[in-house]
Design a protein around this ligand. Structure first.
Ligand SMILES: O=C(CO)[C@H](O)[C@H](O)COP(=O)(O)O
Length: 261
């Protein structure tokens, strides 16, 4: 990877960096999954080492657990932590109400459980994920392997009955085999283009036998930190309605991307 950050990497980096302003000593933190969240975990590791913070992390995937441990962050299960102060995670899309599509990285089930068990969820994202209406990004639906083809057919029938635009669904693959989540499930991606009523769709999908969870996060996210390619961040809080802007300064020499795989 080049030593110079691309605008998209800069945007993700500054969003991740800004999120750490909300981390306090003694917090129990939900640690998200994906490239933006991975950079947040790396920066959090630096903070824990340099400032000696007493932080407990609950990862939302085996990948994040491994990274957090490598970074010297104390990792516990959600059952051990019970309730979290804050979860910081990425997203595939967010709308003006801060409803989200998540699960592009296949970790939506643990991500939703962890975010819901937190006092606050902050999403960190580059500006490209901001949409007026959710649905351009394929909506992931996690299903149990038993009878997954029947579940897929039922999901498609449901989309037709709800008159949702675009009713195609595909089984997510990992090479030649079906993708298997950390919980041993498969993922069906729904290619919808536009989700008119995300709240209703989220509820209806979870009524279908075989569906474990869907990637619509409704009323879960409290704040979004949007990174821009020039180092600016916009912070939007859904509860206060406030929006603020800041500039995150960093040296190219601290390019944490340079040693990523
Ligand atoms: O939901 C997720 C993983 O299941 C990720 O948060 C989402 O896919 C965004 O990833 P990235 O930060 O790499 O763009």
């Amino acid at each position: 990877m080049s030593d110079t950050l691309s605008p998209i990497d800069t945007a993700k980096f500054v969003a991740a960096r800004k999120a750490l302003d909300y981390v306090e000593d003694g917090m129990k933190l939900g640690l998200g999954t994906g490239s933006t969240a991975a950079w947040m975990v790396r920066l959090l590791g630096d903070m824990v080492r340099e400032e000696g913070l007493n932080i407990i992390g609950v990862p939302t995937s085996s990948r994040t657990a491994e990274l957090a441990r490598q970074q010297g962050i104390r990792v516990v299960s959600l059952d051990e932590a019970k309730w979290l102060d804050l979860t910081i995670d990425g997203a595939d899309e967010f709308d003006p109400e801060l409803n989200l599509i998540k699960g592009g990285g296949g970790a939506l089930l643990q991500e939703k459980i962890v975010a819901t068990a937190s006092d606050q969820m902050i999403v960190i994202s580059d500006v490209s994920k901001r949409v007026e209406t959710l649905g351009h990004f394929p909506l992931p639906v996690e299903v149990i392997p038993f009878g997954w083809q029947t579940t897929k057919a039922l999901v498609e029938e449901t989309l037709v009955a709800m008159d949702v635009l675009g009713q195609q669904s595909t089984l997510r693959m990992s090479g030649d085999a079906a993708y298997v989540s950390d919980e041993g499930n498969h993922i069906i991606d729904l290619h919808l283009q536009r989700i008119g009523n995300a709240r209703q769709l989220a509820l209806v999908l979870n009524q279908i036998p075989g569906v474990v969870e869907n990637g619509l996060f409704i009323d879960i996210c409290d704040k979004v930190i949007i990174g821009h390619g020039d180092g600016r961040v916009t912070v939007r809080d859904i509860i206060s309605g406030e929006e603020s802007e800041d500039q995150v300064e960093f040296e190219e020499s601290e390019n944490i991307f340079a040693d990523l795989d």
